[in-house]
Ligand binder design. Sequence first.
Ligand code: ARG
Ligand code: ZN
Length: 877
Amino acid sequence: MSTAENDAQIINAEMPDVPLHAPNKINLKDYQKPSFDVETVSLDIKLFEDHAQVDSILKMVRQSAGDIVLFGEDLELLALTMNGEALTAERYEQSAGKLTISDAPDEVTLAIQVRICPQTNTALEGFYMAGSGDDRMFVTQCEPEGFRKITFYPDRPDVLAIFTTRLEADKRYPTLLANGNLVEAGDMIDAPNRHYAIWHDPTNKPSYLFACVVADLDVLTDSYTTSEGREVLLEVYAKSADIDKCDVGMQALKDSMQWDEVNYGRAYDLDRYMIVAVSQFNMGAMENKGLNIFNTACVLSSPETTTDTRSFSVKAIIAHEYFHNWTGNRITCRDWFQLCLKEGFTVYRDQSFSADQQSSAVQRIDDVATLRAHQFAEDAGPLAHPVRPESFVEINNFYTTTVYEKGAEIVRMIANTLGADHFRKGTDEYFRRYDGQAVTVEDFLSALSITNSKVEDFIDWYRQPGTPVVSGHQDYDSATQTLTITLSQQTRHVSGFDAPKPLPIPVATALFDKESGKIMAERMLLLDQATQTFTFEGISAAPVVSLLRDFSAPVQLNYDYQDEDLAFLLKHETNGFNRWQVTQMLVNRILLPNQGTKSDPDVYLAALAQTLPVLASEDAMLAARLLDIPSAQELAAAILKDYDPELVKAQREGLYQQLAEALKDQWEVLYKQLPLQSYEDSAEARGTRALRNVVLDMALTANVEGAGEWAQQQYDNASCMTERFGALKAMVNHQVVNADEYLAEFYERFQADDLVIDLWFSVQASADNVNADVIKSLLEHVDFDWNTPNRVRSVISAFTSQPTALWTQEGLDIYTDVIKKLDDSNPMIASRLLQVLARWNTLAEPRRQMAHVQLLDVQQQVSSKHVHESLNSVLGT
Ligand code: ARG
Ligand code: ZN
C-alpha cells in the first residue's frame, strides 16, 4: 500500500458523525443500581456490503423506580417499539449518548432497529472490519463500553442477560460465530448468496462479554473433558495462512483448563470454547464468553516466526483469558471502577500458571521487572491513580499497569498472608457466594477474609495511589544475641487524594550466617505502622538480612546495606529472585547515586564474575537475567527531577561496557558452551537460547575477536526465531558491517508474515542509534499501516525505548504527530501513546520546556475525550 493510499484510507475511514461525548467525570460514589434488569436479548445482525442492520428485542423488568436508560453511540436509530407500540420521538429523550424512556411499565419488551457501519469503524471498538481486501473480516470488541456502538442497551456490567444472536451475511464469509452454542445454521432462501447462523448463550452475562465474528477462517479443533465429565469442543480460528501457528495456543488452552481445575477447583461450563485470531486489535485479547478474540500477536506462535519471549506470553495470555471465565465472567464487576477485581485477580492467576511452566524465580523476576519499569513509573508521575480509581472520564484510559499489575500484587500479598490452604478456602468461598453476580472489591475481600479478618485491611491498597518506600536498618546486640530490624514506610502524597496512611506490607525476611552462608531464621514481617521494630532472639552472630524475598510487596526498598552484603547475598541467597534483586540494587546504587549510597562498580563486577560461570550451567535463564541492567526508561522512572536522557544513556552504556569488559574472558567460553541446537520448547532450551543471546551481545560490546562472525553464523544457522532475531538485533545494535544486508534478508524471508515484519520494524525503531529520520522513513515504508495497532506500536512504541532520540524536537514532533493522527481514527491507541509522555516534567531544561510547549500544542489539536483526559492529567490541568 502506498503512502498516498494510506492517507486516503484514514480520511475515508473517519466516522461520519462526531460522537456525542459527555466530557463529564463519572464518580464511584455516585453508583446507582439500574432501574430495569434485562432478562433476555435477542439480536439479529445482518451484515451488508457497506453497513449492518441490527435488530434487537430486549425483555426488561423493573427493579426499582426510575427510567429505562439505554446507551448508544454512532448508531442510526431506524425504529423503536415498546410492548408492540411504536415510540415516537416525544416518548423518549436522546442526548449525550443516552436514550431515556420515562414512565415505562414494569414489564417491557423493547424492539430496536439500528444501522451501523462496521466498514468505517477504525476505532476498533464495537463491531468493526479488520483487515482489508480479500482478507477482511468483521469482529467485535465490547469491553468496556463497545456494545453501545452495536445497539441501544443498558451497557453496564451489572446488567446481566441471556443472549441469542442471529448473524446473517454473504457466503463469502463462511464463518459466523457468536457466544454460546450453535442452534441453527442455513441458507437464505430468498437470497442465494447469503446464509445465517443462530447462537444461544445459556449463561447470564453483561453486554461487554458479547462477541460475534463474520469471516472466512480456518479452524484447528481439539477437545477437552472437564473434571465434571463435560466434553468441550475447542476451536482456534485463524486465516488459512496462520492456521499452522495455532498449536501452541491450543495446548496452552488445555493446560489452563486443567490448571484451573487443580488449583482453584474451577471447571469450564459450556460445551464449546472458541478463540479467534484478528490482526487488527487494540489490546492483547478479550475474554468474551465462550468466544475469545485475540490479537494475532497474542495467539499465533511457531518456532520459525515467534521468539521464545513472545511464545511464552502467548501461553500466558491464553491462560489469562481462559481464567477470566471464572474471575470476570461468572463473577463480574459491579461497575468499571471495580476493573481490578477481575483483572488483578486474573493476572495473579496467569502469573501463577506461568510460574508452573518455568523456573518460578525467573517468572517472578520478569513480573517484577515489568512492574518496576511501568507501574512504578506510573505511580511516580501525574497519571498515578489508585488500583481502584474513584473517578474517570473515559474508562478505556484505566486499563493500566496499576489496575492490572499492582492489582495482581495485592492479591499475591493476600495469598501469601493467608498461606495456600486458607487462600484456597477464601477463593472457594468467593466463587460459592458470588457466582452469577456483579460484585465489588469489598465483596472479594470479605470472602477471602473468612479465615483471617486481617485481609480486609488490604482495602487501603486499592484506595491509595503511590508506591510505598520501605526504609530500614538493623542493630545487633551480641550480649543478648538479639537482632533488631527497624522498618518504616512512606508513601508520597498524591494531590487530589487523602494524606497517605500506613499500609499492611508483608516483608519476607531471612537472616544469613556470615560464616556459613546458611539461613539462620526466616520470617514474614508484617509492617503495618509508619515505623516498627522486629526482633529476632537467639542470633549468635550479626547476620546479613535478606528482605522482600520474592518481592513480597510492591514497594521500593531502601535498606541500609553495604555493597558487600549485597555481593554476599548474590552468592548465598537460596531465593533466585533475590539473587537478581541484589544485582539490581547494586546497579541502581551505581547508576543513580543521588538515590542513596554510591556504590563501587568493582564489587558488583567481581560478584558477577564469580557467580556467572557456575550459574550458567545450573540455570542458564537465571544467569541471563542476572546480567540485566535496567533499561534507560526504567532508570528514568526513578529520577524525579532534572532528568538528562543523554547522561543516563551514557552512564548506563558505560556500566554495560564495563561489565562486558570485566567478564571478557568468559564470553567466548560461554558462547561455545551453548551451541545452537535443534529447536525444543523446554525451559532448559529457552534458557540456553536466552543466555546465548545475552552473551553474544556482551561479546560484541567487549569487542571479542570473531564475535561479529558468531552473530552471522547464528543468524545463518538459526533453528528458530529466538536465535535468528537475537543475532539480527545484536548486529543492528552493534552496527556490524553487514547488518543492513541481514536486515534486508530478514525482510525478504518473512515478507508475508505481518508479525515478523513487526519485529523487523521494531528492531530498527528501537536501535541504540535510532534518530527521528529513521522513524520518519519507517513510517513512510510501504508496509507501514496506520490502521493496524500492532504495526503502529512496532515503530512508535519501540521508539520510546530510546529516550535520547524521543526527547528531541524532531522526536517529539514525530511522536505527537502520530497521536494527533490517531486521535480521531483510534483514540484508544492515541491516548495510550500520549500516556508514555507523562514524565515530561522530570526532564532537565531545555527539554522540559520544549516538551511542555509540545504538549500544550497537542491539546489545541485533539478532540477525543480519551486523549483530552490523559493530557489533562499529564499537564496537571
Ligand atoms: N479484558 C481484557 C483482558 O484483560 C482487556 C480488554 C481491554 N479492552 C479495552 N478496550 N480497553 O484480557
Ligand atoms: Zn484481563
